[in-house]
Design a protein around this ligand. Structure first.
Ligand code: ATP
Length: 866
C-alpha cells in the first residue's frame, strides 16, 4: 500500500497523476470505469421477483393455498381456481405496492444524498460524493462530510472530527507536512483525512487517495450490518395491534368452525368457511397501507421542497407544537444589501464615501480583503453577508475584488465561526502585515483599544464606545444587520490565530438589510392558527432580530427576547419556567439551542428545530424533528436532521406540517375503513351463527370482498387530498394512540350499521331461498363496504370536503361495483361465485340497503360535525 502520509503533497499529486487543475472529464470517466463508484458495499435491492415470492410467505396465504389444495383433492376445482386466482391477484397487488413504495422512497434517498466540492478541468464543481475518484482534488469547509480518504495538500486551521473511526471526539488539527515514520495510526496521520469524518473548523484541500470499500471506513464497514430501514412507531404499533387482532379473529373463526361442525356441516365446508372468514377479517393490509401512504406523501412533500430523511418524522410532523427557526435565510431572504455605514464618527448612506480619502478607501478595501465571497456577472459564491460587502464595494464604488485582493495578498486567515462571531485575515498592505478583523460589534468592541478616522489614530474612549453603541442600536432597531471592522499591524503572519484578535484599531460599521421573505408573515399566521408556537433563534443581534420578528408576527406585545449570555446565567429549571414567554433568542451559540429544545420538550411539546452549521448537529438530533437547510446547510447538519428544506424557507416547514397532519389523518381514515368493513363481516357471520340461520356467505364471497375492498379503495382513502381545515386544529396529542377508544367506538358503530344492512338483505333473501339470501348478503356487504369509503374520507361530510375531490376513490368504487355486477350477472361467473340470479326488485333492495350506512353517516356528519 502506498504510504501517502510519508511523502510531500507534490509527490502525492504526481503519483496519482493529477495536475493543479484537477482531473479532466476523460480521466475521471476512465477511473470510474476502472475502479467503480465511491460507495460502501453493494446497495443490494430486492428483485421484483423476490418481492413477489415473499408475498407467499404470509401465514394467511399459506392457509389459503392449503385450502385450495384441499378443494382440488375433493374435486372442487372451481373453488381451487378461485382461491388461487385470489392469491395471485393479492400477490401481484402486494408486489406492485411494495415496488412503487420502494421506488418513491429510493428517489427520496437520492434527493438527500451527500455532495462534494471538487476541482475538475480547472473549475470548482459540486458533484454527488458517489462520483469522487482517486486523484480528485477535494475542497473541505467547516461542516463538510469527508467522503473519501485523501492526503491534505492545503490546510487553513483545518480541524477534523474523526470519532467515527477513532472514537476520539476532539477534533484533529490537520497539516500538510509529511510524517516520516512507519506504522502511524489513523489518529496520528495528521496530513491525511478519512471518509466518515467531518470538518469542524477551518478549511482545506485534499487529494483523494482511496475511495469506497478501500477507504479506512470501508474496511470496517464490512463488519457493520447495513442498517435496516426501521419501522416507524406507527407501523410498529399497527403490526403489534394487527397480530393481536389476528389471534382474536382466529379464535372466533375456530369457534364458528366448531359450531358449524356441531350443526352438521361437513368438515371441509366448515374448514373452508373458517379460513375464508379469517382471511377476510384479518386486516393484513394495515402496515403496508402506512408504507404506501407515507411513500406517496413524502414524494409530494419533496415536490414542495421538504425532503424527509427519516420516515418517522412524517408522523411527528403532525404533532409539532413548537417550531424553533433560524432567522437568516429561513425567515429572511438572505439577500443582503448594505444600506448605511458608520465611519469618521458619522452615519453615512452607502454611497457617500469618497475614494480620494485614503482612510475611507481603506475601509472599503477591507470589505473585500476580510472576505471569502466572489461575485461575477453570472454567479455569486459565498456567504450572503460577505457577498453583500463585495457587491457594495463593486457596485457603489467600482472597485474590483480581484485587483484589490491581488494588490494586498492574503498571508493568513482565521475563519469565521458562529460561536466566536468574528473573522480575520492577514494581508500584505504597503509592505506591512495587517490583521483585518470583522464581526459582531458586541464581540469586537471589547477587543478595541484605538480608533481611526480620517484625522488619524486616536485612543478609544468610553464616549466613542457609547456613540458607536447608540448608532448600532438605531441600525438594529430598523432591522439592519451590523458588522464591525477593525485592524492592527502584526509581525509574524503565519503564527496568527484567534488569540491575536485583540488590541485592535476600530474603523467603522457596515449596516445591511436582509428583508423578511414575503411568505414568512403568512406562514407565521398559519402556524399560530394551527396551535404551533414559532420561535426565532439567531446568531444575530437582539434588537435586529426582534425588529424582524415583530415585522413577521413572531414577536408579540409582552413577549421576551433573550440573548445567549443571559441563558448562561439561568438554570434549566428557570428556563423551563419562562420558555413559553420567549419568542426571540439572539446571539445564541449552538449549545444554547439544545437547552431551548429540552426546555420545550420538558413542557410536553414536540419541537422542530432548524439548523445549518457544523455545531448544530446535537440540537438537530435532540429536537423531535431536526430540520436542515438544503442550500446553506452543512453536510453535517443535513446528516443529523430528519428533514431537509431544499429552499431553506420557513413557510416550507409550515407546509410540511400540514402535509404531516394530512398524511396521518389519511392513514387513520384508511385503517378505520378497513377495520369497520371487517367488523361488519364478522358481526354478520356471528349473527347468523348465533341465530342458527343458514350460512350468510360462501368462502369465495369473503375472499372476493377482501380482494375488492382491502386494496384499491383503502389506498385511495390514504391518498385523500390535503384538507384545508387540518391547519385549523390543535396539534395532535402524541400521548393519544391512533387506535384509541373514540376511534374504536366509531368503527364499531360504522361496522354495525353495515352489518345491519347486510342482515336485512339476508332476511329478505331468505324469503326466497338460502342461495338468494347469501347472494343478497354478499352483494350488500360488498357494496356497503365500497360505499363506506366515502364516509372514511374525512371526519367531515363529503359535501364539505368536495364530492369529486378524491377521484381515486371514485374510480376504485366504480371498479368494485362493475366487478361485483359481473359476478352477479354473468352466468359462468355466477356458478364460480356461488350466487343466484337476482330479480330487479332484489337488486333494488341490495343497492338501497348498501347505501343506507352512507346516507345515515353523511346525514349525521352534515348535522353534527362542523
Ligand atoms: P441565524 O442563526 O439566524 O442564521 P446569523 O446568520 O445571523 O443567524 P451567524 O451566522 O452565526 O448567525 O452570525 C452571527 C453574527 O456574526 C452576525 O450577527 C454578524 O455580526 C457576525 N457575522 C456573520 N457572518 C459573518 C462573517 N462572514 N464574518 C464576520 N462576522 C460575521
Amino acid at each position: 500500500m502506498d504510504k501517502f502520509y510519508k511523502i510531500s503533497s507534490d509527490e502525492v499529486m504526481e503519483k496519482l497523476s493529477v495536475t493543479q487543475d484537477g482531473l479532466t472529464d476523460t480521466e475521471v470517466k476512465k477511473r470510474q470505469e476502472q475502479y467503480g463508484f465511491n460507495e460502501l458495499g453493494e446497495q443490494h435491492r430486492k428483485s421484483t421477483f423476490k418481492v413477489f415470492m415473499e408475498q407467499f410467505k404470509d401465514f394467511l396465504v399459506i392457509i389459503l393455498i392449503v385450502a385450495a389444495l384441499l378443494s382440488a383433492f375433493l374435486g372442487k376445482f372451481e373453488s381451487t381456481i378461485v382461491i388461487l386466482v385470489v392469491v395471485m391477484i393479492n400477490a401481484i397487488l402486494g408486489t406492485v405496492q411494495h415496488v412503487k413504495a420502494e421506488q418513491s422512497l429510493n428517489s427520496l434517498k437520492n434527493l438527500s444524498s451527500p455532495t462534494a466540492k471538487v476541482l475538475r478541468n480547472g473549475e470548482k464543481v459540486e458533484i454527488p460524493s458517489k462520483e469522487i475518484v482517486v486523484g480528485d482534488i477535494l475542497y473541505l469547509d467547516a461542516g463538510d462530510y469527508i467522503s473519501a480518504d485523501g492526503r491534505i495538500i492545503e490546510s487553513h486551521s483545518l480541524q477534523v472530527n474523526e470519532s467515527s473511526l477513532t472514537g476520539e471526539s476532539i477534533s484533529v488539527l490537520k497539516s500538510i507536512e509529511p510524517i516520516n515514520e512507519d506504522d502511524v495510526s489513523i489518529g496520528d496521520k495528521k496530513n491525511m483525512a478519512f471518509s466518515g469524518s467531518f470538518v469542524t473548523y477551518g478549511r482545506g484541500v485534499l487529494v483523494v487517495t482511496d475511495i469506497g470499500q478501500k477507504t479506512e471506513i470501508g474496511k470496517i464497514a464490512n463488519l457493520m450490518e447495513s442498517a435496516k430501514e426501521k419501522k416507524t412507531p406507527l407501523q410498529a404499533n399497527l403490526d403489534n395491534f394487527g397480530k393481536k387482532l389476528a389471534i382474536a379473529i382466529i379464535i372466533i373463526a375456530l369457534i364458528i368452525f366448531v359450531i358449524d361442525i356441531i350443526r352438521g356441516r361437513t368438515l371441509i365446508d366448515s374448514f373452508m368457511f373458517a379460513v375464508a372468514l379469517a382471511v377476510a377479517a384479518i386486516p393484513e393490509a394495515l402496515s403496508s397501507i402506512v408504507t404506501i401512504v407515507l411513500a406517496f406523501g413524502t414524494q409530494k412533500m419533496a415536490k414542495e421542497n421538504a425532503i424527509i430523511r427519516k420516515l418517522h418524522a412524517v408522523e411527528s410532523l403532525g404533532s409539532i407544537s413548537v417550531i424553533c427557526s433560524d432567522k437568516t435565510g429561513t425567515l429572511t431572504q438572505n439577500k443582503m444589501t448594505v444600506q448605511q455605514v458608520f465611519l469618521d464618527n458619522k452615519v453615512k448612506d452607502q454611497d457617500q464615501l469618497e475614494l480620494n480619502n485614503p482612510f475611507q478607501k481603506y475601509f472599503l478595501e477591507m470589505q473585500l480583503l476580510c472576505n471569502d465571497a466572489t461575485t461575477t456577472n453570472e454567479k455569486e459564491i459565498g456567504d450572503p453577508t460577505e457577498i453583500a460587502l463585495v457587491n457594495y464595494a463593486e457596485d457603489s464604488y467600482n472597485m474590483d475584488e480581484a485587483e484589490i485582493r491581488k494588490k494586498y495578498p492574503r498571508l493568513k486567515e482565521v475563519p469565521f465561526d458562529s460561536d466566536r462571531k468574528l473573522m480575520s485575515t492577514v494581508n500584505k498592505v504597503d509592505g506591512k502585515s495587517k490583521l483585518h478583523t470583522k464581526g459582531a460589534l458586541d464581540v469586537l468592541l471589547d477587543r478595541v483599544v484605538k480608533m481611526e478616522t480620517s484625522e488619524g489614530i486616536i485612543d478609544f474612549t468610553n464616549e466613542h464606545r457609547k456613540q458607536i453603541e447608540e448608532v448600532n442600536h438605531s441600525f438594529s432597531e430598523n432591522g439592519l444587520r451590523v458588522l464591525a471592522f477593525a485592524y492592527k499591524e502584526v509581525s509574524e503572519a503565519s503564527q496568527i490565530s484567534t488569540e491575536d484578535e485583540h488590541d485592535l484599531i476600530f474603523i467603522g460599521l457596515t449596516a445591511m438589510m436582509d428583508p423578511p421573505r414575503e411568505e414568512s408573515k403568512g406562514a407565521v399566521e398559519r402556524c399560530i392558527a394551527a396551535g404551533i408556537k414559532p420561535v426565532m433563534i439567531t446568531g444575530d443581534h437582539k434588537i435586529t432580530a426582534s425588529a424582524i420578528a415583530k415585522q413577521i408576527g413572531i414577536f408579540k406585545e409582552g413577549d421576551k427576547a433573550v440573548e445567549g449570555y443571559e441563558l448562561e446565567k439561568i438554570s434549566d429549571e428557570e428556563l423551563k419556567n419562562m420558555v413559553e414567554d420567549i419568542s426571540v433568542y439572539a446571539r445564541v451559540s449552538p449549545e444554547h439551542k439544545i437547552r431551548i429544545v429540552r426546555a420545550w420538550q420538558e413542557k410536553g411539546n414536540i419541537v422542530a428545530m432548524t439548523g445549518d452549521g457544523v455545531n448544530d448537529g446535537p440540537a438537530l438530533k435532540q429536537a423531535d424533528i431536526g430540520i436542515a437547510m438544503g442550500i446553506t446547510g452543512t453536510e453535517v447538519a443535513k446528516d443529523a436532521s430528519s428533514m431537509v428544506l431544499t429552499d431553506d424557507n420557513f413557510s416550507t416547514i409550515v407546509k410540511a406540517v400540514a402535509n404531516g397532519r394530512s398524511i396521518y389523518a389519511n392513514i387513520k381514515n384508511s385503517i378505520r375503513f378497513l377495520l369497520a368493513g371487517n367488523t361488519a363481516g364478522i358481526l354478520s357471520v356471528l349473527y347468523a351463527t348465533i341465530g342458527a340461520l343458514p350460512v350468510p356467505f360462501a368462502p369465495v364471497h369473503l375472499l372476493f370482498i377482501n380482494l375488492l375492498t382491502d386494496s384499491l379503495p383503502a389506498i385511495a382513502i390514504g391518498l385523500e387530498p390535503h384538507n384545508k381545515h387540518v391547519m385549523e386544529e390543535k396539534p395532535r396529542d402524541v400521548t393519544t394512540p391512533l387506535l384509541n377508544k373514540v376511534f374504536a367506538s366509531r368503527l364499531v358503530v360504522e361496522g354495525s350499521l353495515i352489518a345491519v344492512a347486510t342482515m336485512i338483505a339476508f332476511h329478505i333473501g331468505l324469503t326466497t331461498d338460502a342461495l338468494t339470501a347469501s347472494t343478497m348478503a354478499f352483494a350488500t356487504l360488498c357494496l356497503a363496504r365500497l360505499f363506506h369509503g366515502f364516509n372514511a374520507r374525512s371526519r367531515q361530510s363529503i359535501f364539505k370536503v368536495g364530492l369529486f375531490s378524491n377521484l381515486y376513490l371514485i374510480a376504485a368504487v366504480i371498479i368494485g361495483v362493475v366487478l361485483l355486477q359481473l359476478v352477479l350477472l354473468v352466468e359462468p361467473l355466477q356458478g364460480v361465485f356461488e350466487v343466484a340470479s337476482l330479480t330487479a326488485e332484489q337488486f333494488g333492495y341490495v343497492y338501497g340497503l348498501a347505501l343506507m350506512p352512507l346516507v345515515l353517516i353523511q346525514l349525521y356528519k352534515l348535522i353534527f360535525v362542523k
